[in-house]
Every structure is written in structure tokens, then in C-alpha cells.
Design a binder for this molecule. Structure first.
Ligand code: ZN
Length: 321
């Protein structure tokens, strides 16, 4: 359900090292021996995944709250999402080094959210330097939120926002893009606005692994930061993809498919139905949120705040229908 105690301990130990050094920013790029590698599971041959915890980012978890990982080819490695802080990115880089001596040639971001992108900075000084890959929509999405995202993470970690950097992609995905890792091809596809306006999926053709980012939430409640109607439409298309296993942005590694997507879809459809009903009855946004049935979200982790936010987002979207 959540990461093992051993994993938590290693990250706390890492944080202790960082604190001793003064601050996250004060650290020079970590050498392999400095950083405890993130615990990863090999969910299919050459596909390594680290499961984040179901928490908000704190100075304790350092933003290790999303599923992140990497895929190893014969020539090089692709990282998929880099974690919620530079420290998590360094621990992920250490996990790569613990499994292979091949270089990281791509750092792929599935979307803009801080828990998936703030680790990018840990890969900036790698030699050779990897390409940073994301949706063609990602650069502007990050630029618009740069100050806010850095301030929020700095507050959570107790550091200065000047020490944090959002690294935008330099290889943009518009039409579907195939990346060759040597004897292994990843196909990347961006999607119409759903969870966000810059969602990207990664399909490993070798193992049939479909990396969904936050287009799929498992256990942790989905959060709508794009379009709930768009997300439902994209979900119907994702369901038809020939995946042998999927990696959600949060939750279990390789959960039942498509049952996990269907669970998410039922929740989103319920939110749409509640909001449409409220609009038909002339309720205001506040009345709609206050009248919401807590049971709709009770099966999800971290439901309290996010369910209300989801109703708010859906109301803003659906009131113009
Ligand atoms: Zn997200």
C-alpha cells in the first residue's frame, strides 16, 4: 500500500545528510556515494518503478509522493518523472546507477505537477547531459507556475525558493514521438486536456508497459487541474490501448487494468453527475460543495481537500454547458 519502512528510513537519512550540509541548495551535485538510492521495483524486464507515499509534500518525505522510475535500453536509460524535489531526483539518479552503468539519455516528464518535475534539476549536470522531454504544452505551463511552484515547495521543505529550479523540456512532443534506447523503443504521446493540459504517456513497446502519469490515479484521489470532460474522453481512448501493464502516477505499481481506470472513471462521472444536478437545481458553487456527499470520495486516500477542489473545478467547467 505504501512504501516500506526501510525506504522511508533511507530517505530520512538522506535528508539528514542534506540538512548537515546546510541546505538543499548548498549541495554540489551529489556523487553516487553520497546519496542513498530510491527503492525501486522491476515491474517488467528493464522497467524500474519507485512508489511514492500518499501524503502531501513535507520536509520529511521531501516530495517523494509520486510514482517515478526509469527504463533501461541497450544504449541508455530513460527516466520517467523525476520526483518532487532535487533530493528525490538525486536519489532516483542513484537508483539508476545502482542498476546500470549506462547514461541517462532522456528525462521524460508526464506533466507539469511539482511532484513529477522538481527532480529534473538533479540530472542537469550529468555527462552526457540528457534531453528533457515533455508535451509541447509543458514549457508554458511550467513558466506560468514557476514562481508559485517554487515558493510552495520551498515552504514545504523549509528552504529558499531561490535554491529551486524548474527545468523545462528541450525536446517537445507534439505528434507521437518514438525514442530509441538501443534495442528498445518508447513511444510518447500527448493528449488533449485531461488531468492537465500537458499530459504525456510513455509506452514501452518491448514489455507493453504503459506509463500513464497522473492520467491514472490509484488509491490516492484524482485531482482535476485540466478538464473533467476531457479526462473522461481521454480515459475512453486509453482503455483501448494494448497495454500489458500500466504504471499510474500514484498508487500501486501495475494495478489491475483496466479495472483501476474504471474505478477512476466512476469517480469522475459521479462528480459530473453531482455538479450537473446542482446546476439544474440552481445551486451556487458554495452550496454545491457544501451539499456534496462525502461518501462519493470516502474510498480514496487524501480525499478531504481534493474532493471539494474537484467539485469546484467541475462546477467552473460545467456551468457554461
Ligand atoms: Zn498531477
Amino acid at each position: 500500500m505504501t512504501r516500506s519502512g526501510a525506504g522511508s528510513l533511507s530517505l530520512r537519512a538522506l535528508f539528514a545528510v542534506l540538512c548537515t550540509a546546510g541546505s538543499l541548495a548548498a549541495l554540489s551535485p551529489a556523487r553516487g556515494s553520497d546519496v542513498a538510492p530510491l527503492e525501486v521495483t522491476e515491474s517488467a524486464a528493464g522497467v524500474f518503478v519507485h512508489a511514492g507515499v500518499h501524503e502531501e509534500t513535507t520536509s520529511d518525505n521531501l516530495g517523494d509522493i509520486a510514482n517515478i522510475g526509469f527504463i533501461v535500453g541497450e544504449k541508455c536509460v530513460a527516466v520517467i518523472d523525476s520526483g518532487g524535489s532535487p533530493a528525490v531526483g538525486r536519489a532516483l539518479a542513484a537508483a539508476v546507477r545502482s542498476r546500470t552503468s549506462l547514461p541517462v539519455c532522456y528525462v521524460i516528464n508526464t506533466h507539469m505537477h511539482p511532484d513529477h518535475v522538481f527532480g529534473n534539476a538533479a540530472f542537469l549536470d550529468a555527462a552526457p547531459r540528457p534531453r528533457f522531454v515533455g508535451s509541447v504544452q509543458l514549457p508554458q505551463a511550467l513558466a506560468a507556475r514557476d514562481e508559485h511552484y517554487r515558493a510552495a515547495l520551498a515552504a514545504a521543505l523549509g528552504t529558499s525558493s531561490d535554491s529551486l529550479r524548474l527545468v523545462p523540456p528541450d525536446l517537445l512532443v507534439d505528434a507521437p514521438l518514438r525514442l530509441d534506447l538501443g534495442g528498445r523503443v518508447l513511444s510518447l504521446q500527448r493528449w488533449p486536456t485531461a488531468h492537465t493540459d500537458n499530459d504525456l504517456t510513455v509506452f514501452d513497446e518491448t514489455t507493453g508497459t504503459l506509463w500513464l502519469g497522473d492520467l491514472l490515479f490509484d488509491q490516492r484521489i484524482p485531482s482535476i487541474d485540466g478538464s473533467i470532460k476531457g479526462w473522461l474522453e481521454v480515459s475512453a481512448r486509453l482503455r483501448e490501448l494494448p497495454a500489458r501493464q500500466v504504471i499510474p502516477g500514484h498508487g500501486r505499481i501495475a494495478p489491475p487494468w483496466p479495472a483501476t481506470l474504471d474505478t477512476q472513471t466512476r469517480y469522475l462521472e459521479q462528480v459530473v453527475a453531482r455538479v450537473r444536478d446542482a446546476l439544474a437545481r440552481g445551486l451556487t458553487l458554495q452550496q454545491t460543495v457544501e451539499a456534496s456527499d462525502a461518501a462519493d470520495a470516502s474510498a480514496w486516500r487524501l480525499a478531504e481537500g481534493y474532493h471539494r477542489r474537484n467539485l469546484t473545478a467541475a462546477y467552473a467547467e460545467l456551468e457554461w454547458e
